[in-house]
Design a protein around this ligand. Structure first.
Ligand code: PLP
Length: 364
């Protein structure tokens, strides 16, 4: 089978061990074997991040957005407000989701790729006492910006608010100290830096937070966090889960536990450092200053005369899939993620291929 190297930010290339896990025997989700599998995943997730004493994992079948919807729809008490700190597509998504549920929201915006100003966050918290929950995207995949999750989390704690973090593209790729950031609800997915396959996502919820969440009226039947948690605590699921994807996630978590989150972050950082050196040598321009960049994605300006589609197709013919910019950035940038089971040798070959494609398409 010809290998395509995926440089999109998920779904990622997985190991053979994870892929083979899909071929385990057919299984009814109401049997003990599935219950054991689910509990194994829930327990490995919290152990991998060293948060087993204070957090529970709640799984849902679906993409990352499904788990995000479970967290957002379940997090806000009646008459309270949600503060969304936004600087990209995924911050906008949280606000759009909250709007769809009819929530009171306040948004604190900075331009895409620009981190929020801490003083502005503090002012917003001071001036709006009815803010109950603050939502932030850890790694804004739109631009590759790493938001200051720990500093914002400390402000959230100072004002006694709850902190909801979308770390769908951050978890296991960039550091997140749950205690230091005071995270109450953290959203993640199987198919990015965890190196599983798409179809299962999860919320890591602080156990003490569950008592508050239980008092919130049910707003979504499928995505109610408390009800899903209660069922999963009993080893049950409310609905039919993507069974085979759970097998793959369980295998991926064994690999993560072996590599350790710290080790994986280091591996990704090493790849990003090597790639960025190569990009600089090619004269490519970054859209986020390197000191604010994540370990896992680099957004680059398309050089004069190079179209995304042309570059994408030439690289794809060489076995590499790159990723377009979103919305207003769709014509001006391209993105290269370095998540997943990709070797340094493959990244070196990518740099060579990119260099060749760019010199063939830019006027000399
Ligand atoms: C930060 C962030 N949030 C949410 C999502 C949505 O995840 P999904 O496409 O799995 O629903 C993504 C996807 O890339 C993301 O990067």
């Amino acid at each position: 089978m010809k290998r395509t190297v995926l440089l999109n930010p998920g779904p990622v290339n997985v190991t053979e061990h994870v892929r083979q896990a899909l071929l385990k025997p057919d299984l009814c989700h109401r049997e003990k074997e599935f219950s054991d599998l689910m509990q194994s995943i829930r327990s490995k997730l919290v152990r991998a991040f060293g948060i087993q004493n204070d957090y529970d994992a709640v799984l849902t079948t679906g993409s990352g957005t499904a788990a995000l919807e479970m967290a957002v729809s379940s997090c806000l008490g009646e008459g309270q407000s949600l503060l969304v700190i936004r600087n990209g597509v995924y911050g906008d998504r949280i606000a759009a989701m909250a709007e769809a549920y009819g929530f009171n929201i306040r948004c604190l915006d900075t331009p895409w790729g620009v981190p929020p100003v801490l003083d502005d966050v503090e002012q917003a918290l001071k001036q709006n006492p009815n803010i109950e929950v603050v939502a932030l995207v850890h790694h804004e995949t739109t631009t590759g910006l790493l938001n200051p999750v720990h500093e914002i989390g400390q402000l959230v704690r100072k004002y006694k608010k709850r902190f909801l973090v979308d770390s769908i593209s951050g978890l296991a790729g960039d550091a997140l100290d749950f205690e230091r950031a005071g995270v109450d609800l953290c959203v993640g997915t199987a198919n990015k830096c965890l190196q599983g396959l798409p179809g299962v996502a999860f919320v890591l919820v602080r156990k003490t937070e569950l008592t508050r969440l239980e008092k919130i009226p049910e707003r979504s039947h499928y995505f109610n966090l408390v009800k899903n948690h209660q069922a999963q605590e009993k080893g049950d699921t409310l609905f039919t889960p993507a069974v085979q994807i759970h097998y793959a996630l369980d295998a991926a978590l064994d690999e993560l536990l072996e590599e350790t989150v710290k080790g994986r972050i280091q591996r990704y950082r090493q790849a990003a450092t090597m790639l960025r050196k190569g990009f600089r040598e090619m004269g490519l321009e970054f859209i986020v200053p390197e000191e604010h960049g994540s370990n896992t994605l680099t957004a680059l300006k398309l050089p004069e005369g190079v179209t995304y589609n042309g570059l994408h197709d030439r690289l794809k013919a060489k076995g590499f899939v790159i990723y377009a910019g979103q919305k207003k950035l769709s014509e001006s940038i391209f993105r290269i993620a370095n998540m997943g089971d990709i070797t340094l040798e493959e990244f070196r070959r990518l740099l060579d291929a990119l260099k060749n494609c760019l010199s063939a398409s830019t006027p000399s």
